[in-house]
Design a protein around this ligand. Structure first.
Ligand code: UTP
Length: 294
């Protein structure tokens, strides 16, 4: 019988040091892109991809994430009393969207450790991982594109994008073999992965981004993974071990990925997403045109 991806894990236990001081007392995942916390983009993508269970990995100081997906009783009462029905629907819709399960990562020991923390809630089935600070703007949600590949290959799939020049050194980079068949040109079989290589050592221009569909075998390999750089358990190291047991694919998704966990990436994402908004796009465009950018 074919395996189906029903569960999505969203790691949100990190410290967000790249975004200090904003993240001193509030989770990076709750910073708003236009008017929506970045983690909500991830949750909505998971639902649009057909997942019906979302597991968020949290840590101390992340209470506002749980509050955001919970019912806000006082706010709803107030909006109702003031007849603000559209806002009431908007606010209530968030708590109604999905049942979210939370699991705590006691120490921020890295992304691999965060994923491992969700092991019991995921169980013995394939699952998705979405890094909330990678916000992907796509006609077909990025995770949906990947699940389509998983449905056919029944193997783990990592999202990848082409990164040119020196910028590749900021990513995990893939050594790959092309595939034939339905996804030819976009789907590659991974041979190896190199974390943040110098440009001259990069095995390709294919960079790993924060969307994964993984088979449950990765829990076993993650539990065997030694701490790597910065004393953290890296997800890529766990996947490297998985490569020895199973095929793992890389998929060049269609869409634009924003690194909203970085200040400049966050600014770019804010501008691009605001320009696309029906309600804000036009006045924002007119305002931008008045700026002297010389
Ligand atoms: P990042 O490396 O982007 O997040 O991890 P970070 O560590 O919070 O950020 P910086 O680098 O210090 O600015 C990607 C995602 O993985 C989560 C983060 O919350 C983020 O959503 N994460 C990271 C965990 O859940 N646990 C960890 O131990 C590390």
């Amino acid at each position: 019988m074919k395996m189906k991806v029903r569960k999505a894990v969203i790691p949100a236990a990190g410290m967000g040091t790249r975004f200090l001081p904003a993240t001193k007392a509030q989770p990076k995942e709750m910073l708003a892109l236009v008017d929506k916390p970045i983690i909500q983009y991830g949750v909505e993508e998971a639902l649009a991809a057909g997942c019906d269970q979302v597991i968020i990995v949290t840590s101390r100081g992340k209470q506002s994430i749980e509050d955001h997906f919970d019912v806000s009783y006082e706010l709803e009462k107030m909006l109702e009393a003031r007849g603000k029905i559209d806002l009431l629907r908007l606010v209530h819709g968030i708590s109604d969207m999905v049942h979210v399960a939370y699991v705590r990562q006691k120490e921020t020991l890295g992304l691999g450790d965060a994923v491992l923390t969700a092991r019991e809630l995921v169980g013995d089935e394939p699952f998705a991982v979405l890094l909330p600070d990678d916000v992907v703007d796509a006609q077909i949600p990025c995770l949906k594109q990947m699940i389509e590949v998983f449905d056919e290959t029944q193997s783990s799939v990592i999202a990848t994008q082409i990164v040119e020049g020196e910028a590749i050194s900021a990513y995990g980079v893939l050594d790959v073999k092309p595939t034939d068949g339905r996804f030819k040109g976009k789907l590659f079989e991974i041979q190896n992965m190199v974390e943040k290589p110098a440009l001259k050592d990069a095995p390709s221009d294919l960079a790993i981004i924060g969307r994964y569909v993984l088979t449950p075998a990765v829990f076993e390999t993650l539990s065997q993974t030694q701490k790597g750089s910065g004393g953290e358990v890296q997800l890529t190291d766990g996947i490297k071990l998985l490569l020895k047991k199973e095929r793992v694919y890389a998929y060049v998704f269609e869409g634009k990925r924003h690194d909203a966990g970085d200040k400049l990436g966050f600014l770019k994402a804010t501008v691009e997403l605001a320009l696309k908004r029906k309600d804000l796009g036009e006045p924002f465009r007119l305002y931008l045109k008045t700026l002297d950018l010389g």
